[in-house]
Design a protein around this ligand. Structure first.
Ligand SMILES: [Zn+2]
Length: 496
């Protein structure tokens, strides 16, 4: 989609979008009195209150626009950057519903001064691009046509330099495009998106000369002692892979490591998932997909910070060779783990990936991101990811980046009392809690388990199990993969 900033609305697009504050007078700058009075008449006759998101669509006689949309913006003091995204999402989705694919709007200009121009441009571009998406690859041409995308949007921006706004728009486009790329990867069926397929996609991403990819195959993982990860992959015909994507723009600088869970399909293993819990398990690689996309965004944005993305990838299946409950595996750092539940496999592959990343790359900071626990969805639902860390600066940095980007994270308690819940009896650790009934504080105990594979580095864990995959569409997202994690990580790496 093309996004332009224009001094004056041209009248050549098919839909003109005008904003209206709930508590402000009706007047549309730059438009003739005739147009103003016509729209005002229409607005009055509709008796609409114009709360945030209320809208009406009307025709204006004798004007070049096919349609005019008046969008309620609510009260000025309630407006946030997330509302910018939501508003753009509502507009783009409505326009697509109306089959109008070129838009002009005055709304961005109306928001001037509420945020910095750069923040405003970034959020507006993100809202537009994120809403202008559907996974149509497997639809017939006829059905594809019904999901046609908006082609062009012009933001009116009168009488002030648009440099910062356009810079923000450029950033927002890159971040949203990386997020949409994640959605594609997550929405792809698991029979297609195997570990080898994700490797192929990562090779495409690594064609950007600022990035370099290295891959550990099954034999190498076995040889180097990735016992926990290899154990998970044993029931699958698909060989496991560990991808490492590097972005190193700063010579001799320390690096930040992102580690993403990549279970390309999670059947649960012998603790098989029931009907109702298994259908969307292609999404269990959302963490790895988010890491891949974040590295792509870092390179395109030219962020001045060394970042490496580590993606352990495998399937969790059943079969004659599959891991059994009660098995004991040895992880990369030498700790033994009793498999109490084969469905708690994400923490197993992350255990190896985290200790390998710290030992091999010695990062300054390490953040893992994973669709780790159903317990996190029970705790927080779909509007925030769980955050676990002992480092107060990491908690505040990621929380702020989450608030600004709308890809929110919420810190969970990580008290001393939780820390022995994953201790084993006949092994060093077990992959399910040994406390109480075993399922209490599941999202926190998942974090406790991972922390046993982190030695000295500053570390945080983000559980995206809720926001990564939606059952219902939202203002600017769709059903299915959402690309959760890309925005919060990118904003955080940009220093916001
Ligand atoms: Zn599982």
């Amino acid at each position: 989609m093309k996004l332009h900033v224009v001094e004056n609305i041209s009248g050549k697009s098919s839909l003109l979008v005008l904003g209206l504050w709930e508590d402000d007078l009706l007047f549309y700058r730059g438009f003739s009195e005739e147009l103003n009075s016509e729209i005002q008449g229409c607005v009055k006759s509709m008796r609409c209150v114009f709360h945030f998101g209320d809208s009406l669509v009307t025709k204006v006689t004798g004007k070049p626009y096919t349609k005019v949309m008046v969008m309620g913006m609510g009260k000025k003091q309630d407006f946030t950057l997330e509302r910018v995204r939501k508003m753009m999402g509502k507009i783009v989705k409505s326009a697509r519903g109306l089959k109008l694919f070129t838009l002009e709007m005055t709304i961005v200009e109306m928001l001037r001064g509420l945020f910095s121009d750069e923040e405003l441009g970034r959020a507006a571009a993100e809202g537009c691009e994120l809403a202008n998406y559907d996974f149509v690859k497997y639809l017939s041409t006829e059905k594809k046509e019904k999901k046609r995308l908006v082609e062009e949007i012009s933001f009116g921006w009168h009488g002030k330099s648009s440099v910062a706004l356009e810079r923000g728009i450029g950033q927002g486009k890159i971040i949203a495009s990386a997020t949409n790329f994640t959605k594609d990867l997550v929405n792809e069926p698991a029979s297609v998106a195997t570990p080898s397929f994700v490797e192929k996609v990562a090779r495409e991403v690594a064609k950007n000369k600022k990035l370099s990819l290295s891959v550990l195959n099954k034999e190498e993982l076995e040889r180097q002692g990735f016992g926990a990860m290899v154990g998970v992959s044993r029931g699958s015909a698909q060989p496991p892979k560990l991808l490492v994507l590097k972005y190193e723009p700063v010579k001799s600088g320390k690096c930040t490591a992102l580690v993403g869970k990549g279970i390309t399909f999670d059947s649960g293993g012998y603790n098989l998932k029931p009907t109702g819990g298994i259908e969307d398990m292609k999404s269990d690689m959302s963490g790895a997909a988010a890491v891949l996309a974040t590295l792509r965004a870092c390179a395109e944005l030219g962020i001045q910070r060394n970042v490496i993305g580590v993606m352990p990838l495998c399937e969790n299946m059943i079969g004659g060779c599959a891991q059994k409950p009660g098995d004991i595996v040895k992880a990369f750092n030498g700790k033994t783990i009793e498999i109490r539940n084969t469905d708690a496999e994400g923490r197993l592959i992350l255990a190896d990936a985290l200790s390998y990343t710290e030992a091999r790359y010695k990062p300054e900071v390490m953040v893992d991101i994973a669709t780790l626990t159903g317990a996190c969805v029970i705790a927080l639902g779909y509007y925030a990811s769980g955050l676990v860390s002992k480092d107060i600066n990491l908690i505040s940095g990621l929380t702020i980046a989450g608030q600004k980007s709308g890809d929110r994270v919420w810190a969970l308690p990580f008290y001393e009392e939780y820390q022995d819940a994953m201790d084993g009896t006949i092994s060093d650790l077990r992959n399910m809690s040994s406390k109480g009934k075993g399922y209490e504080a599941g999202a926190i105990h998942g974090g406790v388990f991972l922390s046993k594979f982190v030695d000295k580095v500053k570390w945080a864990h983000i559980d995206i199990a809720g926001p990564a995959f939606l059952m219902e569409e939202s203002d600017y997202l769709q059903r299915g993969g959402t690309g959760a994690g890309v925005r919060v990580l990118t904003y955080w790496l940009m220093g916001m």
